[in-house]
Write a protein that binds this ligand. Structure first.
Ligand SMILES: [Zn+2]
Length: 132
């Protein structure tokens, strides 16, 4: 059964307990790797400057402590153009989140309407907690 590497577990530990619970349930189903959890100021602003994030520190959900956002990719990480693999993975994540009653937003469907064609900015590895 797939499980997280030490590096993934270290990144996962910087995230909100709900995100930890969610991805601990996902990894045995579909192997995956945690790319990012909490981000400090230097890293967040660097990603902003590179156009990989839309917000500067401390505006991002990755900048909350614990982090309310997490970047996760299927493992082995597919070619970034292999959208099907990311879409399949996000479907698994979403299904498990519903089963665990954890509300999330995915960067491949920001408005959460299950329409993947009305996106202006795709961040297919990004999942964030929706606070009520
Ligand atoms: Zn992210």
């Amino acid at each position: 059964m797939p499980s997280f590497s030490k590096k993934s577990l270290r990144r996962l530990s910087t995230c909100h307990p709900d995100l930890q619970r969610l991805f601990r349930a996902v990894v045995p189903m579909v192997d995956c790797t945690i790319l990012d959890g909490y981000r400090g100021k230097t890293r967040q602003n660097k990603l902003f400057d590179q156009g990989k994030s839309k917000v500067r520190f401390p505006e991002g959900k990755h900048n909350d402590k614990p982090s309310n956002a997490i970047d996760v990719a299927p493992w082995p990480v597919p070619d970034w153009k292999d959208l099907n693999t990311f879409y399949f993975f996000s479907g698994v994540v979403k299904g498990i989140a519903i089963a665990l009653e954890i509300k999330i937003r995915w960067g491949g469907d920001w408005d959460g309407d299950n329409d993947l064609h009305d996106q202006t900015f795709n961040d297919l590895v990004h999942f964030e907690r929706v606070e009520e």
